[in-house]
Each structure stands twice: as structure tokens, then as C-alpha cells.
Design a binder for this molecule. Structure first.
Ligand SMILES: [Zn+2]
Length: 427
């Protein structure tokens, strides 16, 4: 099939392209900057002017190479080029390949005019230079004025097309919904706001870590049993590259990085993605979100710690929740605690609707929230703090878990499935 309106007498410069054999018509059209006029209703198999010129390449050789020695010969050469241009240029022939056609003649890098300047004019012997210059100017202004004329016609044709198609340009465009922030992002913002309001700042760190920052500097030496719980993904590195590198298993490495850079007082929270080699189920994912907190100063006590944590939890879940600490163990805190809140779903009573056992807290009335503790003094040794002068606390929370508890979501996987029906519930 032939594109409507495309003449076939384009100076013999025609080639046949079959869309099905190579690229699709629209992709060819896009890459060649086709006018809308040509694309609308375009068939699969089209004929359009070849991108290859059909000239004899004279402008690619110097006058000496062409054996040109007289002004008459020069005039003949330029006449030939002009004839070639006139044969190729017509609205029908060039509108589909407008930009390419234009570039071929007056493109700054390798257009015919530029090549004539470089190959004929510049190396011309002094006696011939004025003739070449004068002829070149004539050719150039002829080509440019003709191209301007054609360009105007193409623009007019497009406007005409728009009118013919009765496109009402005053109609509003297609309004695409812009979406909303993901629930995890909303919860992060909520948590950040609470901590920022009491003097914490937010820092972030790399997700690809060295074992030193992820383990050793956090008081977890290579053969510590805790490492087995934190089995993670190691990166395959090119031979000879310094390594190993791993995907961080917690946001705690950023505590070390922060303390290396800053002297106390330090009050930061560290949100981010972390990775574990967990099989996905309703409460596990190989990637999830943590938010880590750290406060170190000269006189921070366990009371400051409990007060801060309680303040946060009551702000986040509401003033009616009760809290409790249970002794626990983490390599980087001493003493360590597990922090629980009264069950948000049964109000701490342990029983659900019509006297059944509350499924969320399994009847205990308490929900385990996160681990925390006073920073183990051994940690300060890794960051050159004076353990006799500073003290502090640290905590690490699962952001996904906090979101699930607050919004009653029972499967962590829904956060990562991009199901719009789920996301729409949290606009
Ligand atoms: Zn409950």
C-alpha cells in the first residue's frame, strides 16, 4: 500500500520498506520525525522516499580529485547539484521525511552545503575560490528559500488536517489520575513527624553494606550465632574486587556510620529497606522496611529511653494504649528489651467479638512491637566515643509491621504487590 498523498516521482529516490520485515511503521515514523499527516491511518506496508541520496557523490570529493580546473566546470558542478535538489524537493516527496531531508541538504555537520564548503571551497586554488564562493552562495540561498517555502506548506497542511479532522483544540485533554503515596510512605512520614517533633533528625544510608558495618561494628563477630538469624544476600563481585558486600539486614549500620561522622549529641532516626533470606509468607518478606532510632549524649538514662519510646507509641497508636518492657537480648544493646503494646484490636482484654479469643494477640492482650535497649558500651569503641562519658539508647522497628498493626492489614505481601484495589484504600 502507498501512503495517501505520497507521489512516486521523487527524483527516482524511492525505496520500498515492508514494515512487517523490519521495524513497525510507527517506530520508523517516530525515529524519522514523521508528520502527523502521514502517520494517521498509515498502513503496515508503505512506500516512502529512501533516506539515501541518489547523487553521484561529487560533493564528497575535492575539485582537484574531480579534475576541475576552470570556472566553467565549477558552474556545471553547481548546476548539477541544483538540478538534483530541484528534482528531489516537492511537498509530497519530503513531508514524510522533512527533518531528514532538510538535514541532508543544510545540516550543519554533514549536509551537502557543508560538504561543498569543506571539499570544494576551502581547498580550492586561489584563482577559483571567488567563483566557487559565489556559486555556493547562490546554491545555498536557493536551497534555503525553497526549504522555507516547503516547511511553511507542511505546517499549513498539518493545520488543514487538524481542521479537516475536526479536532477541537479547546477541548480539555485526557486527565490521568496521578496516584497517591504508598501506605508505607505515609506511615514513614507519620513516624518521622513524631520523632522530628522531639528533636530527632532523619538520616539514610546505603542498602549495600560491608560485613564490617552490618555485623562486626555492631558487636556481632563472624562466628556469633545471631548471624545465622540474619542470613542475607551477598553480592557476586567481579574477580579481584574488594569484598564481600551484602544487602544490609537492618538499618543499624547507619548508626555506626552516623557516629563515625558526628560527635555526641546524636539523635537520629534511620528509615530504609532491609533484606533477609526469608521465604515470603503473611509476615515475612525478603525485603521490608525498618526504622532505626539512636540517641547518644552525655547523660542519657534508661528513663529517657522509656519516656521517648512511650511517647512515640502513644502518638502513633493513640493515648489509650498501654506499654510494657520485657528483658531480651541483642548484641548491640545492654540491657536489651522487647517492647510490647496492649493489643490494639481487643483493647488489651485478650478476647474478641462475642467472647472468643482475640486472634491478633492470641488472648494475651499484648502485642510485641520492637526490640530496643541501651547502647552496649562496646559499640562506642568502634566509633571512637569515650564510653565512660557517653550513654544512649537504640531501637529498631519494622515499618511494615507498624503499618499492618495500625491499619489492620494481615498480609505483608500486599504492600509489594501493587494491587490498585489495595492501594486505593489508602489515598
Ligand atoms: Zn488482642
Amino acid at each position: 500500500m502507498v501512503v495517501p498523498g505520497l507521489a512516486t516521482q521523487a527524483g527516482g529516490a524511492l525505496a520500498i520498506f515492508t514494515g512487517a520485515k523490519s521495524r513497525s511503521f510507527t517506530s520508523i515514523a517516530a525515529s524519522l520525525n514523521f508528520s502527523r499527516n502521514a502517520i494517521v491511518g498509515a498502513p503496515c506496508d508503505v512506500i516512502y522516499p529512501s533516506t539515501m541520496p541518489t547523487n553521484d557523490g561529487t560533493h564528497e570529493k575535492t575539485l582537484a580529485a574531480l579534475g576541475v580546473t576552470s570556472a566553467e566546470q565549477i558552474s556545471v558542478l553547481f548546476a548539477g547539484l541544483r538540478e538534483q535538489f530541484d528534482a528531489e524537493v516537492s511537498l509530497e516527496a519530503v513531508q514524510l521525511l522533512w527533518k531528514e531531508f532538510r538535514d541532508r541538504w543544510i545540516g550543519r555537520k554533514s549536509g551537502v552545503i557543508t560538504q561543498v564548503t569543506n571539499n570544494w571551497l576551502k581547498p580550492a586554488p586561489p584563482g577559483l575560490k571567488p567563483t566557487v564562493g559565489a556559486e555556493l552562495n547562490k546554491l545555498k540561498s536557493h536551497v534555503e528559500s525553497k526549504l522555507d517555502e516547503i516547511h511553511l506548506k507542511i505546517e499549513n497542511a498539518e493545520e488543514e488536517w487538524a481542521r479537516d479532522e475536526r479536532v477541537d483544540l479547546s477541548l480539555p485533554g485526557v486527565v490521568r489520575p496521578i496516584g497517591s503515596r504508598h501506605l508505607i510512605r505515609q506511615v514513614l512520614q507519620e513516624i518521622e513527624d513524631i520523632f522530628v517533633s522531639i528533636g530527632f533528625s532523619v538520616v539514610e544510608g546505603p542498602e549495600i553494606e560491608t560485613p564490617y558495618y552490618n555485623f562486626e561494628a555492631l558487636n556481632i563477630p563472624e562466628f556469633h550465632p545471631v548471624r545465622a538469624d540474619m542470613d542475607t544476600f551477598y553480592l557476586e563481585l567481579p574477580k579481584g574486587a574488594p569484598g564481600p558486600l551484602l544487602l544490609r539486614t537492618h538499618t543499624s549500620p547507619v548508626q555506626i556510620r552516623t557516629m563515625e561522622k558526628r560527635q555526641p549529641p546524636v539523635r537520629v532516626i534511620v528509615p530504609g529497606k532491609v533484606y533477609r533470606r526469608d521465604n515470603p509468607d503473611a509476615t515475612h518478606s525478603f525485603m521490608f522496611h525498618q526504622i532505626e532510632g539512636l540517641a547518644v549524649d552525655s547523660d542519657i538514662t534508661f528513663c529517657d529511653f522509656t519516656g521517648t519510646i512511650e511517647y512515640f507509641v502513644k502518638q502513633y497508636f493513640g493515648p489509650s494504649v498501654k506499654t510494657r518492657f520485657r528483658p531480651s537480648y541483642f548484641p548491640f544493646t545492654e540491657p536489651s528489651v522487647e517492647f510490647d503494646v496492649s493489643c490494639i484490636f481487643c483493647g488489651g482484654s485478650g478476647s474478641g467479638a462475642s467472647g472468643t479469643t482475640c486472634g491478633k494477640c492470641k488472648g494475651s492482650g499484648w502485642i510485641e512491637l520492637f526490640g530496643a535497649g541501651m547502647v552496649d558500651p562496646a559499640i562506642y569503641g568502634f566509633v571512637n566515643y569515650d564510653a565512660s562519658k557517653v550513654s544512649g539508647f537504640a531501637f529498631g522497628m519494622g515499618m511494615d509491621r507498624l503499618a499492618m498493626l495500625k491499619y489492620g492489614i494481615d498480609d505483608i505481601q500486599v504492600f509489594f504487590q501493587n494491587d490498585v484495589r489495595f492501594l486505593k484504600q489508602f489515598p
